[in-house]
Design a protein around this ligand. Structure first.
Ligand SMILES: [Zn+2]
Length: 116
């Protein structure tokens, strides 16, 4: 595995992560907007906001499974999940590999790539 391949692998992981982070962010905004609209008695807007947040919640749920299956380009283990004997640590917002420590932004790629 050389540095370029590692960087490409990390790029794909970043794309998947943003597909999870943004819907989650918009969902949070929707919830806030919903309460604001409720306070202002703007009931005409309830339905579209409710529908949008419903779609985002489903999307987020699917993405949780996708996130869990992401493999690290360096060590080949799950990027977001660390299994160590009986302990099982999951961090779907992790910015580095839970197993080998390769950073998502590629800033420590030099320590990992192997051009042999
Ligand atoms: Zn790794």
């Amino acid at each position: 595995m050389n540095g370029k391949e590692l960087a490409e692998g990390l790029g794909r992981i970043r794309q998947t992560k943003s597909l999870t982070d943004y819907p989650l962010l918009i969902f949070t905004v929707c919830v806030v907007v919903f309460f604001v609209l409720k306070k202002l008695n703007l009931e005409a807007w309830f339905k579209p906001i409710y529908q949008l947040s419903f779609v985002l919640a489903i999307l987020g749920f699917i993405m949780l499974f996708v996130q869990e299956s992401i493999k690290c380009p360096n060590c080949g283990k799950k990027f977001n999940v660390k299994i160590n004997g009986y302990s099982f640590v999951r961090n779907l917002f992790s910015r580095k590999c839970m197993n080998c420590g390769l950073k998502l932004d590629g800033s420590n790629i030099e320590e990992y790539h192997n051009d042999l």
